[in-house]
Every structure is written in C-alpha cells, then in structure tokens.
Design a protein around this ligand. Structure first.
Ligand code: PEP
Ligand code: MN
Length: 263
C-alpha cells in the first residue's frame, strides 16, 4: 500500500493546514520532553514568531535508563493541547503504548512512533486504526525495507496519513550519536509515496551539526526537518547536549531561510 508502484502520486499529510509532502519544506521544532507549561509555551512563542506551525514535545519518553526522567505522560499531552489552542499550532508527540492511542488523539495532532518502537507491531496497528496523522521514525538498527514494512502495518489498518522520519542509525561511528543515513531520503521517496522528514537532532546528537544536516536533508529532497529547541538546554531533563537554545534557533532559521532551501 505504501509503494510508489501502487500509487505514483505523492501523499500529502495535512496537519491543520500544514501540507507535508506538497513540495515545500515543513519544519518541526520543540523540546525533547514536555517539562512544564512555561517551558513549552516559551518555545511555542518562538515558533509562532517565526511564522511556523508545527510543535513537537515528548510526554512519554522512552529513556535508555529507567532512572532518567520518563516524561509527564497524559499531563504532558494536556499541556501540549492547551498550547496548541493558545498559539494556534499543531502538536506532535510520541505515544509508546497501544492503550494510550485512543486517549492521545484527543490532545495531539500527530502521533509519533519512536525509533525504539518502530517494530512494536501492536502499537503500529493501534496507530493505523485511528484517523490521525502518524510520524513514524526509523528504528535504530532498522533497514529501509523494515522501515517501509512498519509503515505498511499502519496503512494496512486503514490509516494512510503517514510521514516517515529518518533519524539516524547505529553504526561503528562515534563522532555522532547516530549516523544520518542521508541516502535513505531519496530511496524512501522512490520506493514509497509518503512524505519524508529528517530529524537532525537525534541523528547527529550535536548542536553544531544541526544546520548543515538540515540543509543536506532539504537539498536531497526531504519534505521537512525536525530539530529540538529548549529555552535552557543546560537544565533540560533529557537530551541536553543537542537541543538548541532560542538564540541558536533564531540563527538556525535565519541561515536556513537565507539558503536556497527554505523560503
Ligand atoms: C524523540 O523524537 O523524542 C525521540 C525520542 O526520538 P527517537 O525515537 O528517534 O530516538
Ligand atoms: Mn530528544
């Protein structure tokens, strides 16, 4: 169902009027995790001020250590909903349990399925059973074929509003947190009709690489970019080495807009 052979024309995923896959770049920013109303509102204000529409923030955080901050859960989704309404933004948030999907759709505009859950088939089926766009991230060690099959699980349940997200894969290279598989972008665009985003934050794990990798993603044909922004990354409860602060976010957007890739 996701194959370009079955449907030659591009799928456009409409997120509150933001048409991902229409040929224009769509940019998603926001903190790694929802920590408080004030923290997310500060970032939402910056996003709004730049004329952008898409806000991300994790309420359920799949952390490597069980002792690390696990997220605010449903309370976090409620904060996102309040901010989406107040700032007229669309919100994207990761859901980790099939049992939470039905509740989550009342609060968020896009269900994110994270890298660690790309082959959680019950979660994929649950996301496929609702009428909400899904942002599906590539598994940490997933081949492109496995990634495409994961999207197929969602679409097989009747939900065709899927955005694929390349977020880096695990290799022997330690200079970056993961290795951004940039060639996955044109391959996914050729093999499927779905829009493709690149998460430059989790693929590199390095603030200094966000801008060049974002440019590379758009140059190679990605439909958009995701990056993390936090009002004070030094005190962030997760991913504090890679989130941009508001000043870097300003510069990032200025540079991207003065490049050929974003109007
Ligand atoms: C995230 O986007 O919040 C996240 C945890 O990313 P990933 O699933 O790609 O590691
Ligand atoms: Mn993160």
């Amino acid at each position: 169902l996701v194959s370009r052979k079955k449907k030659p024309e591009n799928t456009i995923v409409d997120i509150k009027g933001e048409k991902v896959g229409d040929g224009n770049p769509h940019l998603v920013f926001g903190p790694c995790a929802v920590e408080s109303y004030e923290q997310v509102a500060t970032v939402a204000d910056a996003i709004k001020g730049k004329g952008l529409k898409l806000l991300r923030g994790g309420a359920f955080k799949p952390r490597t250590s069980p002792y690390d901050f696990q997220g605010l859960g449903i309370e976090g989704l409620k904060i996102l909903k309040r901010i989406a309404d107040e700032y007229d933004l669309a919100v994207i948030s990761e859901i980790v349990s099939p049992a939470d999907i039905e509740t989550a759709v009342n609060y968020i505009d896009v269900i994110q399925i994270g890298a660690r859950n790309m082959q959680n088939f019950e979660l994929l089926k649950a996301a496929g059973a609702v009428k909400k766009p899904v942002l599906l991230k590539r598994g940490i060690s997933a081949t492109i074929e496995e990634f495409i099959n994961a999207a197929e699980y969602i679409m097989a349940q009747g939900n065709g509003q899927i955005i694929l997200c390349e977020r880096g894969i695990r290799t022997y290279e330690r200079a970056t947190r993961n290795t951004l598989d940039i060639s996955a972008v044109p391959i996914l665009k050729q093999e499927t009709h779905l829009p493709v985003l690149v998460d430059v934050t989790h693929s590199t794990g390095r603030r200094d690489l966000l801008l060049p990798t974002a440019k590379a993603a758009l140059a190679i044909g990605a439909d958009g970019v995701m990056a993390e922004v936090h009002p004070d990354p030094a005190v962030a409860l997760s991913d504090n080495a890679q989130q941009m602060d508001l000043k870097q976010f300003d510069e990032f957007m200025k540079e991207l807009r003065s490049s050929a890739f974003v109007k």
